[in-house]
Design a protein around this ligand. Sequence first.
Ligand code: PLP
Ligand code: COI
Length: 341
Amino acid sequence: MEKKNIDWGNLDFGYIATDKRYVSNFQNGAWDEGILTEDATVAINECAGVLQYAQTVFEGLKAYTTADGHIVTFRPDLNAERMEQSARRLEMPVFPKERFIDAVIEVVKANAAYVPPFGTGATLYIRPYLFGTNPVIGVKPADEYQFRIFVTPVGPYFKGGVKPLTIRVCDFDRAAPRGTGHIKAGLNYAMSMHAIVTAHQEGYDENMYLDAATRTNVEETGGANFLFVTKDNKVVTPKSSSILPSITRRSLLHVAKEYLGLEVEEREVALEEVKDFAECGLCGTAAVISPVGKIVDHGKEICLPSGMEKMGPTTQKLYDTLTGIQMGRLEAPEGWIRVVV
Ligand code: PLP
Ligand code: COI
């Protein structure tokens, strides 16, 4: 199969329309059989539930070209399960797990010419999403829904690739206790727009959100979970019921323990103790692991000992091992890799 003429090495994290996307509609209480279409436009009623009351949830995962030329995806079953949790929380119908995985594979296969070649540093980002389509004006769930998956070739999420980031402690809250922070709902991202725009205006790459109840514990950023490394080389990650259960983070904890023999701790992390860590990174599908060099808390700078030039040594090992598994350089745990072709 001939690849598209794309400058793979210089892609940023943006949208490029590819040939095919997957669409299935939910009507009269059931999902239709779903199709691949070339039509990238969604036409819905002006009063659609998604437009009025933001009834939409989404997922993000990637396809990779492995060293031996296969195209694979990473743990799509966990994305299907998380989308189920998200849908249930917003009173939306669940797109069945096996159908979700099959649709991911089908749409990647149909766009194989857009999957970046091995070694380019780029990957194919896969975006499944679900939204209410019929008119809703009283506040209630829609009766009809559309589930779609498009794909787009992407480069690094943060400009500068793996250069350490500078982030700020954010004055806005991302999610309330008992709210929707633990699901992947569009509404969580709409409310972060002002925070990210002002962070960028002030020269920061991202926001560190604190827990809304006490504002003393570290939660996550707008699009990634935190990972810290202690001076005695333990991997620590914040535990909270209002952060998104990152699949990358869950995978990295396994990698840290089982591949690198490191101790791991998932627990509350106080902002106060961040100054004592040796390394900090942001982890997620888009972010992979992006190192943090500096955290600014209202003028007070926390400079991680790993510095502003490169990733800390343990973050680097985690990065190499995870991407090694994803790109087929290292053997994956059972069930983590789904071969597309
Ligand atoms: N946290 C938030 C708010 C996110 O949007 C994402 C991205 O999906 C993550 C964490 C990382 O999750 P995952 O590793 O499953 O991509
Ligand atoms: C992802 O990593 O898949 C996300 O959805 C995060 C988003 C900020 C792009």
